[in-house]
Design a protein around this ligand. Structure first.
Ligand code: 9MR
Length: 365
């Protein structure tokens, strides 16, 4: 009898395991029936960075199925959008906003002020000399008013100032041309202009490596200064350009706690999980000279994504949005950064827009 029951139990266990495996593997090959936006409807909107190229074909279909928010990856940056002092290039930005309106997606505007992708005319007078602080602030004002007012009511949140903190831990603000010409004043001014242009828009400061303790402290200091000075800032964007190595769960939780303590909204604005360690310096491929997406890397990445989203769910009162930086592994900015010629696989969908193991880990809770 004993053996009979024991073997029946073993058989049942084996059966359950097999069934579980079948469910898991069929899910992993099947197209998802729901979108990330649906799984997370009681938590936060789920967004994605897009360019005009993704507004048609299979990627557009995936965007509509999976997401309920978009961020223009490049189209609204000052360089592409405002190439000459008296000329704007609206076509790409308008196309993204029109696509969003037609498909009922929210839009996060990105961004109003950055040290990269600035137009050539911005910091110079007609004679080539450097502009004064007054002239630069007037240009900033006019740019922000024109852009924010054009999309008023269609863009619910703006990354107003992007990456103003220095990379060097010994420094506070980045020594950009904005800083060289205006001192620290450009930051408060940008928020004030944006708030005046659209009082209803939510205004964010956005940065990377926001979970590294030393940079976290410097960002916190800046945000606190802005809050204390009653600058109209609503939130902080943690870009989330993460990797298999970082941030750790305690680092992520500590960052969310610290930023939330200022009463700011927090969003993850540019999420991807690189299969290479963070590096600003150029290095080709891995030590084994391969850039293949191995099953082991897929497993590690899925575990990392699973942890991130578990933490995000715990912080649903603080987090008001999670946005991925690019749609699928078909194209990621990390394919060419910091070095071209090696492939990265940082997203939840593979090069054929099919869900990866990481996708299923994120939606099973
Ligand atoms: O993904 C963007 C890439 O296509 C551009 O070439 C690059 C320009 O520097 O900017 C990338 O987006 C950045 C974002 O605007 C701000 N945070 C870092 C992102 C990745 O570099």
């Amino acid at each position: 009898m004993k053996t009979f029951f024991a073997s029946r139990r073993r058989l049942a266990t084996a059966g359950l395991l097999l069934a579980g495996f079948a469910v898991l593997s069929s899910q992993q090959t099947a197209a998802p029936k729901k979108g990330l936006k649906d799984y997370y409807k009681d938590y936060f909107p789920v967004g994605v960075a897009v360019g005009r190229a993704q507004l048609q074909g299979p990627e557009a279909a995936l965007i509509k199925q999976q997401f309920n928010s978009v961020t223009p990856e490049n189209a609204m940056k000052m360089g592409p959008l405002h190439p000459e002092e008296n000329r704007y290039f609206w076509a790409d930005a308008d196309a993204i906003v029109d696509f969003a309106q037609a498909n009922k997606l929210r839009v996060r505007g990105h961004n109003l002020l950055w040290h990269e992708q600035t137009p050539r005319w911005l910091f110079k007078n007609a004679d080539g000399s450097r502009v004064s602080k007054d002239v630069l602030l007037k240009r900033l004002h006019d740019h922000i008013f024109t852009v924010v007012k054009r999309y008023q009511g269609k863009i619910y949140a703006w990354d107003v100032v992007n990456e103003a903190i220095a990379d060097n831990p010994q420094e506070f603000l980045r020594n950009s041309e904005w800083y060289q010409i205006c001192g620290d004043e450009f930051i408060a001014k940008a928020f004030e202009y944006a708030h005046e242009a659209d009082p209803k828009a939510q205004l964010f400061y956005n940065d990377y490596n926001t979970e590294r303790p030393e940079k976290r402290e410097r960002i916190f200091k800046l945000l606190k200064q802005l809050k204390d000075a009653k600058v109209p800032i609503d939130g902080v964007g943690l870009q989330g350009h993460w990797s298999l190595q970082e941030p750790t769960e305690p680092e992520l939780r500590a960052a969310l706690d610290q930023y939330a303590s200022l009463g700011l909204k927090v969003q993850i604005t540019e999420l991807d999980v690189s299969i290479y360690p963070w590096e600003k310096d150029r290095r080709a491929k891995r030590p084994d000279e391969s850039d293949a997406y191995t099953p082991e890397l897929a497993r590690q990445q899925a575990a990392q994504y699973k942890m991130f989203f578990r933490v995000f769910r715990d912080y649903k009162k603080v987090l008001t949005g999670v946005t991925f930086w690019n749609v699928s592994d078909k194209y990621s900015w990390l394919d060419t950064y910091p070095v071209a010629g090696r492939k990265n696989y940082p997203l939840l969908f593979d090069q054929n827009q099919q869900p990866k193991q990481a996708f299923w880990e994120v939606v099973q809770f």
